[in-house]
Design a binder for this molecule. Structure first.
Ligand code: PLP
Length: 391
């Protein structure tokens, strides 16, 4: 093990900050550290760089710069969007979402009474065995009382991509606001908001090689908006708080780079992902893909190895410096499979043993070779210890 470099296949959790991103951020710590709200030139000049970053983010999304609000993370963007819509239409008491949302949306909609002081009815779209939704079922959920729909663009665990274009158009036809949590999609799939009926879109820097602690929310021109953070006049009065200048500048650069790398994401990165997926499924018995084969992010594969625990697999992988994530998390002493895999109806024996591998442009073919070499023995060793595995 010693001497083996880390094989990082957990890019849906977070990504390395691109060296080019670090380079553009550096001047904002020591040379240009002024506050963009200051009256003096030293501070004021910093504001121009925030506006450049805003243009770079907007360009990646096919939006106008005035439609981009910088936030601290994807979670803040999600809360800002949903609570804006609910405050704009206090008389509407129904929300449509899906059963596979990230906790940033899931726990918000489960606790809306705490945040708004009002009670809401929440309809959560079920998913099929591949994790996909049914548009006819979605159509039936939309009512005159629906304030907002919030459905993710791509799922963080399986990589499944949802039909956001159609869903947004269907919401618009009913006069309902539409939000999408695109934290996992931005930079991996082409997005052109100018052609869509999306009203709010959330994104996060650290999923596309910018630093942690910066995000953005797209708010379509004319869409209701209520600030989440009261305070100064920053972000045109839409979000109080001194701007995280260096990270915003880095985020802009990362978006410009993502636009250039999109093709690579869909060819080289996808090919590596496919080779790993096919190799694991072929070499390890009782393994299966979780998620849609076709409608999926190019960098993600989620594979279940039956009759073993995901956390045990990760610990063994860790001994070989391989980083990935598991679909089961140890909560209150019991190993609970993820809500996403449960919603998909993945059998418990498989849901417990799921591992998500997520690539980035910084992975190599050697990483794939190494994981393909190590995984069969890891799973076999664990299965020999499992009382459920027939030896
Ligand atoms: N939404 C999705 C789909 C995510 O995958 C994540 C992070 O994993 C978030 C929201 C939260 O983003 P952040 O970590 O920037 O708050």
């Amino acid at each position: 093990m010693s001497g083996q470099k880390t094989v990082y296949l957990d890019n849906n959790a977070t990504t390395m900050v691109a060296p080019e991103v670090v380079d553009v951020m550096m001047p904002f710590f020591i040379e240009k550290y002024g506050n963009p709200s200051s009256m003096h030139t030293f501070g004021g000049q910093v504001g121009e760089h925030i506006e450049t970053a805003r243009r770079q983010v907007a360009e990646l999304l096919g939006a106008s710069p005035e439609e981009i609000l910088f936030t601290s993370c994807g979670t803040e963007s999600d809360s800002t969007a949903l609570l804006s819509a609910l405050r704009a239409y206090p008389e509407k008491r129904h929300i449509v979402t899906s059963k596979v949302e990230h906790p940033a949306i899931k726990s918000l909609v489960e606790n809306l009474e705490v945040f708004t002081g009002r009670r809401y009815r929440v309809s959560s779209l079920p998913v099929d065995r591949q994790g996909m939704i049914d548009l006819a079922e979605y159509q039936q959920m939309l009512t005159d009382d629906t304030a907002i729909v919030s459905v993710m663009w791509a799922n963080n665990e399986t990589g499944n991509i949802y039909p956001i274009e159609k869903m947004a158009a269907m919401a618009k036809a009913r006069g309902i606001l539409f939000h999408t949590d695109a934290v996992q999609a931005v930079g991996k799939v082409a997005i052109n908001l100018a052609e869509l009926d999306v009203d709010y879109l959330s994104m996060s820097g650290h999923k596309l090689h910018a630093p942690k602690g910066v995000g953005a929310l797209y708010v379509r021109k004319g869409t209701p908006f209520v600030p989440f953070l009261a305070g100064g006049h920053q972000e045109s009065g839409h979000r109080g708080g001194t701007e995280n200048v260096a990270s915003i500048v880095g985020f802009g650069k990362a978006c410009a780079m993502a636009a250039e790398r999109m093709e690579e994401e869909n060819t080289r990165v996808k090919a590596m992902r496919d080779r790993l997926e096919e190799g694991l499924l072929a070499s390890i018995p009782k393994s299966m893909l979780n998620g849609s084969k076709e409608n999926r992010l190019p960098n993600t594969t989620n594979i279940s190895f039956e009759f073993v625990e995901g956390e045990a697999i990760l610990l063994h992988m860790n001994l070989y410096n391989i980083c990935a994530s598991s679909g089961s998390a140890c909560t209150s002493g019991s190993l609970e499979p993820s809500h996403v895999l449960r919603a998909m109806g993945v059998p418990l024996t498989a849901a417990h043993g799921s591992v998500r591998f997520s690539f980035s442009t910084y992975n190599s073919e050697e990483d794939v070779d190494y994981v393909l070499e190590k995984m069969p023995a890891i799973i076999d060793t664990l299965r020999q210890l499992s009382p459920f595995w027939e030896k």
